[in-house]
Write a protein that binds this ligand. Sequence first.
Ligand code: 3EB
Length: 346
Amino acid sequence: MPLGPSDTTPESVTASPVDCSLQPGDPVTREALIADDSTLALVSWGDTEWQGEDPRQVRVPLPALQPSAPLEVWRSSAPVTSGREGGIGYSRNAELMFAHVTVAEPDSGELERATDLAYRRLYGFLDATGYRHPLRVWNFFSDIHIEREGLDRYQAFCVGRHRALGEGIDSRELPAATVIGTQRPGLLIYVLAARAPGTQIENPRQVSAFRYPPDYGPQSPSFSRAMLRRWPGGSHLYISGTASIVGHTSRHPSDACAQLAEVLENLNTLILTARAEGGPEIERVGELSLVKVYLRDPALFPVIDAELPRLAGASLPRLFLQGDICRQDLLLEIEGLYTGPRPVIV
Ligand code: 3EB
């Protein structure tokens, strides 16, 4: 299996506490990663086989569109401690906590309450353990466009999340985030949180989501476009799910290729904005550690699978997943992260 930078860096003040990569999803690799006590988290995809036994494992109920879907692997520079507590699975090292929670939804009209509950549990756990600064949060729930009493479920989610975070939260503390609609009931949230805060990065091409006008729902979405964290070993950049939105308006409603180009423009802008604030010494999407591409319609896979490497570079590690994007007119969304230079494969 390819080695990440932490395998060759001895434990020292120059190390980054974690790196993230895509690794082959075959059972042999998976077992080896589970047996390795420096594996902080192992995220896999698909409609089968819900949660694994090991608290470091998360199963996201979205179909992968690639023939053999890789695993998202978070590797710690030191052995991790893991466990379960009050419905939360977690693992941590000295700097970072990975945690996840799944909340059943007995009634689909109760997503606001389920979200509020899940966030209070998660943030309560992070506060109690001293990892008070969520850098990156992923959220998954079903029927994202279903409406009830004038609100769709994404809007209800935003209300519940905001209520749990509290009126007093400083918008600069909001984590980078992804929200994607699944085909399976239940709300799943996983988070990477740190003991010390990161730096918010917003996109000058986009209105900050937490300042969206009320056209998109009664509660603006509580997330940052990206979070930057400087570690002794180098800067990490955690980029939110990024769509074809300029200002606060969706662009290129039924044109997936034009949406892709707009998304890449947004991602490149975020990378350059972060760099100007002490972020990673990279200039474009193709240099990220990995991207995850969410497609509303699996029929779009062949064209986006061909276009992305053409526009961003063939060596960019990428994972394609099928999922619903928050707004009906958005066909795709891309998130990315940078945790250090990719190992050179010879
Ligand atoms: C957008 O930019 C697209 O509510 O946490 C992307 C990433 C989106 C995160 C969230 C929403 C969220 O508004 C939707």
